[in-house]
Design a protein around this ligand. Structure first.
Ligand SMILES: Nc1ncnc2c1ncn2[C@@H]1O[C@H](COP(=O)(O)OP(=O)(O)OP(=O)(O)O)[C@@H](O)[C@H]1O
Ligand SMILES: [Mg+2]
Length: 354
């Protein structure tokens, strides 16, 4: 539905020119919950502003359902935006805020009233409809901002870190609400966040960005379990990076043991860096048997649902292992200072492009 073709955005000119997006290409499907994930300053808001039409691309094109909209002003695009600060009108009521965009479009009164009621129901704000938006909570303001953006029935909704001002509990609730709203309305969502957990739990697909580029696009499972490069692996979840030697699809760790590994395109044979997630590692006290690595337990940290061990391998490399806790699992966890045998789950080794 949305195609971004080789979009580059440069701000300023000459010595003060700054390129915020470099040759970004991505296709976003209709009805998709698509997330742009990356650190501060990587270009997420800039890309949203290009889609919304607040900025033209310096090079490249933005297409909507096949037609080039790169030069179309924002109000002529079937796209709406929820800004990070919500930008509500504080002196107006909840209902007036939601009606505002529809009045601007010159919709008939009866139709506006009907849509406002529908939106109030959708975001569960019927009871507060006459309250001023300066007199409601942050989470409620968030829902009004959403309702206002959804009211004109845009084909695409752009959401720029809409949950970042909320506390953790409310944020979790709103994540579920947003998912519900997206599937009920069938609107394509392009959601921006720098929170990797939020991206993984909410999205159909995620684009991981850094320094003005999209590094990888995939399902949450793809980018978590099969990151193509070190930046992506490091940015998402906890990671172990180990030295290894690759021949074809087989990898031999410097610390010992050979594994079949996933290999992204463009990685040469020979010395490589591999990723192993901490929860894909099993540890037991004692000496290694065939297929296990030998290690010494350096620290054991209990954190409720799991226990994290730092293990020193024969190469001097440190390996983090995360074991889920169960009522009877305490006895299975080796103690600090003990020798341990480490096994790695089949399929857990991923070769990274550096
Ligand atoms: N109008 C502008 N003029 C010059 N530089 C800009 C302008 N807008 C953005 N930039 C720069 O472009 C880069 C990307 O900015 P952008 O706002 O897209 O980042 P972001 O990924 O949204 O970051 P954050 O997570 O902090 O919101 C930043 O380095 C920023 O300083
Ligand atoms: Mg931003």
């Amino acid at each position: 539905m949305i195609q971004i073709e080789n979009a580059t955005k440069t701000f300023g000119q000459g010595d003060s020119a700054f390129t915020a997006l470099r040759d970004v290409s991505v296709d976003i499907a209709a009805n998709e919950f698509f997330t742009l994930l990356g650190p501060s300053g990587c270009g997420k808001t800039t890309l949203l502003r290009l889609i919304a039409g607040f900025e033209p691309p310096t090079k490249g094109a933005i297409l909507l359902s096949g037609s080039d909209i790169s030069r179309l002003p924002p109000n002529q695009r079937p796209v709406n935006t929820v800004f990070q600060n919500y930008a509500l009108f504080p002196h107006m009521s909840v209902a007036q805020n939601i009606a505002f965009g529809l009045e601007m479009l010159g919709k008939p009164k009866a139709e506006i009233a009907k849509t406002v009621d529908e939106m109030l129901r959708l975001v569960r704000m019927e009871e507060l409809k006459d309250r001023r938006t300066s007199e409601i909570s942050g989470g409620q303001q968030q829902r009004v901002a959403l309702a206002r953006a959804l009211a004109p029935h845009p084909q695409v909704l752009l959401l720029d870190e809409p949950l970042s001002a909320l506390d953790l509990k409310l944020r979790k609730e709103m994540q579920i609400e947003l998912k519900r709203l997206q599937s009920e309305t069938g609107i394509t969502f392009v959601f921006v966040t720098h929170d990797q957990e939020e991206a993984l739990t909410m999205s159909d697909r995620v684009a991981v960005m850094n320094a003005g580029r999209i590094l990888q696009v995939g399902s949450p499972r793809d980018i978590y379990e099969r990151p193509s490069e070190r930046f992506v692996a490091n940015f998402i979840g906890e990671s172990n990076f180990l030295d290894a030697e690759r021949i074809g699809g087989d990898v031999t760790l410097a610390a010992g043991g050979s594994f079949a590994a996933a290999v992204p395109e463009g990685v040469p044979e020979g010395k490589v860096s591999v990723l192993i997630r901490p929860e894909h590692i099993r540890v037991r006290g004692g000496q290694p048997e065939a297929g296990e690595l030998s290690a010494k337990v350096e620290t054991v940290v209990y954190s409720g649902d799991a226990t994290t061990l730092h293990l020193r391998l024969a190469t001097g490399e440190v390996l983090k292992a995360r074991m889920a806790n169960a009522p009877d699992s305490d006895a299975a966890v080796p103690a600090e200072g003990q020798d341990a045998a480490v096994s790695i789950a089949p399929g857990a080794v991923t070769v990274l492009r550096d």
